[in-house]
Design a protein around this ligand. Structure first.
Ligand code: C2E
Ligand code: MG
Ligand code: MG
Ligand code: MG
Length: 276
């Protein structure tokens, strides 16, 4: 009986796996056309200083509304695009789109406002990355001091020296740099300390169940690390007042999460911003 159950389990698993692969292949083909079909767009999720209520920035988040299947979540297609390498061209599309949006955003954003853009490790490591981002800056007449780039710890697999050389160039161009999903990767603290970065982003997993488990403690630890390393710190995925208050007590004031707002289409985001 046990074997029979096991047999059934494996059969079931096999079928699921096959559907996944089929699905991944479909998504790959659909991604090839997504740019020319105009299926991508960008949403902006506000970042707020919980002490002052000021909107201090926004994260640009890619959205994919397919003609064939409707919206597909980035949590599904980004990992696929990373496996296939398509993320590199998609990433340049995102940068161009956000830089173009800046034209209408700049009227309403204050001096210290930053729009952050996710840069996948593969795009960061692309040999044309610096050249292409410079081209985009010039073409769109961008003031880079309004932009932040989000990278992840997985970058460090390509070596500290090489990563820092590129980070130094990006800092020279005027960008600030944040480490996204901090604490979920494998980097050592001694590495983080040597990186030319400005900010740590506490991953949603470290706050989402607060106060129902020990998660809050990790957010607390990351906040302490940021103070020790003289970095800014922001918590993402914050949904409740209780979480805001907890983070405030621990010294983490910058917040991105549904508590303030979901990611918004550009025009909605412009409406969200206070009048200046
Ligand atoms: P991320 O960069 O860590 O972005 C934060 C994610 O958390 C976003 O998911 C956002 O919608 C979600 N989030 C923010 N606040 C809350 C909250 O209070 N509750 C909940 N449940 N979720 C919240 P999203 O937009 O689905 O994106 C998922 C991931 O896809 C991103 O995680 C990022 O890794 C990737 N991604 C999105 N856009 C881009 C892009 O343009 N380029 C690259 N390379 N990756 C992207
Ligand atoms: Mg991010
Ligand atoms: Mg994140
Ligand atoms: Mg994430």
């Amino acid at each position: 009986k046990a074997i029979e159950t096991q047999g059934k389990y494996y059969l079931y698993f096999d079928k699921e796996l096959k559907e996944d692969i089929q699905n991944e292949y479909d998504i790959k083909l659909m991604l090839n056309k997504a740019i020319i079909y105009g299926e991508f767009s960008i949403n902006y999720q506000p970042q707020v200083n919980s002490k002052t209520g000021d909107v201090i920035g926004a994260e640009a988040l890619l959205r994919w509304n397919t003609k064939k299947l409707g919206p597909i979540s980035p949590a599904v297609f980004i990992p696929i695009a990373e496996r296939t390498g398509q993320i590199v061209e998609i990433g340049y599309w995102v940068i161009e789109r956000v830089f173009k949006d800046y034209e209408s955003l700049k009227e309403k954003i204050g001096k210290n406002f930053r729009i952050s853009i996710n840069i996948s490790a593969m795009q960061f490591n692309d040999e044309n990355f610096l050249r292409r981002i410079k081209e985009s800056i010039e073409k769109n007449k961008i003031n880079t001091s309004y932009f932040e780039l989000e990278i992840t710890e997985s970058l460090l697999l390509s070596g500290l020296k090489q990563v820092n050389e590129k980070l130094n160039e990006l800092r020279k161009l005027g960008f600030t740099i944040a480490i996204d999903d901090f604490g979920t990767g494998y980097s050592s603290l001694s590495y983080i300390k040597q990186l030319n970065i400005n900010k740590l982003k506490i991953d949603r997993t470290f706050i989402k169940d607060y106060p129902n488990n020990d998660d809050g403690e990790i957010a607390d630890i990351i906040t302490n690390i940021s103070y020790k390393l003289k970095l800014d710190v922001i918590a993402e995925g914050v949904e409740t007042e209780e979480q805001i208050e907890y983070l405030k007590r621990k010294g983490c004031y910058l917040i991105q999460g549904y508590y303030y707002s979901k990611p918004l289409a550009k025009d909605e985001f412009l409406e969200y911003l206070p009048l200046t």
